[in-house]
Design a protein around this ligand. Structure first.
Ligand code: PLP
Length: 468
């Protein structure tokens, strides 16, 4: 075995502390290859799961295979499977009516809903944002956030919020736009899709808007080693953003809002520096565009801070921040001035789900009690250092290891090798996901500790050795 392998092997001797094993298994356990005989894999379905048996960082399938889950339902499980605190909450009879009765929140919210929001979503509100609008999923959060930006922009243009007769006679069609970035993913509904540019197949056959698309910086990694080159690349993109804003204004389709992910996730885990985002925020202010930060995938703690935009160190990071996934409910925070001026302008039947809010309040308690953001920072360091080691050991396969907290990724030499690595890792009990053209992304739950990192590195190393 090579030196790297010896190092990885040593990791395995670090066992999980006993207290942890109660809520988690002590390692993967594979009975069949995946999908196994009882599972089926049709269309997008990978395999069928046994959620009763899944626990902590481990997802169990119908064939009894237990896999270390570093993909977590497309990055949407905050504190692992069947966390005891959540099971306890759900078994409390006082919570039954919240589970059984799903209200039309926009017209008939439950008595305690404002208090519950204060306890949950508002307790983690981004800096400068005191308002939150819940929604059901990531796409409908963004979709409605875009509408809120357009409504805000038109009222700003009018100087008041009373629409003219002309506005009402030809309603709904101002020539406004939203600026997004190449490689972005904001969802697959019509409005979101107009700002999604990660894969051609998402957009195939679906009409879209004539909205500006700016280049997202293509940085070199590790970031610290290429700061000069990366700063130049970011400056080029920022210049292009301003040019596009001016061009679209001249076309008569002014940019009402700019939407961006703090780390482009589906598009391949593309990072940009805090300086880039600060400058972009300033450009939005200068041109009177709302600034929408889409934290659907980055929000909830994986980067080591609750919101990825906290890494930018700004008091006024955005006008709108959307979320979903690890927050369990969708929605968006916004500044006072982006509150829609009349009822029903931002509206649908459910507008979220109070039972998810109940769970979220408990998830936040666990994050605080167990210092999970510190844990993420710690295990994130172990993960990225392990990836650097493997990258040095397998330069023909791996490159561009990158990450913040446990929100990490690495590139594989080509798509076919990536697919093979993902399947072999799964058969050895590690579940991973891809993103971009040839990246593997790491999206563990916040309860992913050092010793899980080591289990993963050891198995990943074995898989890579088969691809040499
Ligand atoms: C950054 C981002 N925005 C929006 C979405 C869409 O969320 P949903 O799939 O819940 O509609 C996703 C989903 O992956 C995402 O990663």
């Amino acid at each position: 075995a090579s030196e790297g392998f010896t190092i990885c092997c040593r990791y395995v001797s670090k066992a999980a502390p006993k207290t942890q094993v109660e809520f988690d298994y002590d390692g993967p356990s594979m009975k069949t290859s995946v999908p196994g005989t009882r599972s089926q894999n049709v269309g997008a379905i990978n395999f069928f799961c046994n959620y009763d048996e899944s626990r902590g960082n481990y997802l169990v399938d119908v064939d009894g295979n237990r896999m270390l889950d570093i993909y977590t339902q497309i990055s949407s499980i905050p504190i692992g499977y069947n966390h005891p605190a959540l099971l306890k909450l759900m078994s409390n009879p006082n919570n039954l009516s919240t589970l059984v009765n799903r209200p039309a929140l926009g017209i008939l919210p439950p008595e305690n809903f404002p208090n519950k929001l204060t306890e949950s979503l508002l307790s983690v509100a981004p800096s400068g944002m005191g308002r939150v609008q819940t929604m059901a999923c990531g796409s409908c959060s963004n979709e409605n956030a875009y509408k809120a930006m357009f409504i805000w922009y038109r009222n700003k243009e009018r100087g008041h919020n009373i629409p003219s007769d002309e506005d009402l006679n030809v309603p709904g069609c101002p020539e406004l736009s939203i600026l997004s970035f190449m490689g972005a993913f904001h969802g697959r509904t019509m409005g979101c899709l107009a700002t999604t540019h990660s894969k051609a197949i998402h957009k195939l056959d679906v009409p879209s808007f004539d909205w500006p698309i700016a280049p997202f910086p293509k940085l070199q990694y590790p970031l610290e080693e290429f700061s000069r080159e990366n700063a130049q690349e970011e400056a080029r993109c920022l210049e292009e953003v301003e040019d596009l804003i001016v061009k679209w204004r001249q076309k008569g389709k002014p940019v009402a809002g700019i939407v961006i992910e703090p780390i482009q996730a589906e598009g391949g885990d593309n990072h940009a520096s805090p300086d880039f985002f600060r400058s972009l925020r300033n450009i939005a202010c200068k041109h009177g565009c709302a600034f929408h930060v889409d934290e659907v995938q980055t929000g909830g703690g994986n980067t080591g801070k609750f919101w990825a935009h906290e890494h930018w160190g700004m008091d006024d990071p955005a006008d709108i921040v959307s979320f979903s996934k690890k927050l369990l409910t969708g929605g968006y925070y916004h500044k006072d001035e982006l509150q829609a001026d009349k009822p029903y302008r931002i509206f649908n039947t459910w507008m979220g789900d109070p039972s998810k809010n109940l769970l979220l309040a408990e998830v936040l308690n666990v994050i605080r009690k167990e210092n999970l953001l510190e844990e993420v920072t710690r295990s994130g360091k172990a993960l990225i250092n392990g990836l650097y080691e493997l990258q040095a050991q397998y330069p023909g396969i791996l490159s561009r290891a990158r990450g913040q907290g446990t929100f990490c990724a690495i590139d594989i030499c080509d798509d076919a090798t990536r697919s093979s690595i993902l399947l072999k890792a799964r058969d050895k009990g590690v579940l991973l996901g891809g993103c971009g053209d040839r990246s593997i992304r790491f999206r563990p739950a916040l309860v992913f500790k050092d010793y899980h990192v080591h289990i993963f590195l050891n198995i990943f190393n074995e898989v890579l050795a088969q691809h040499k």
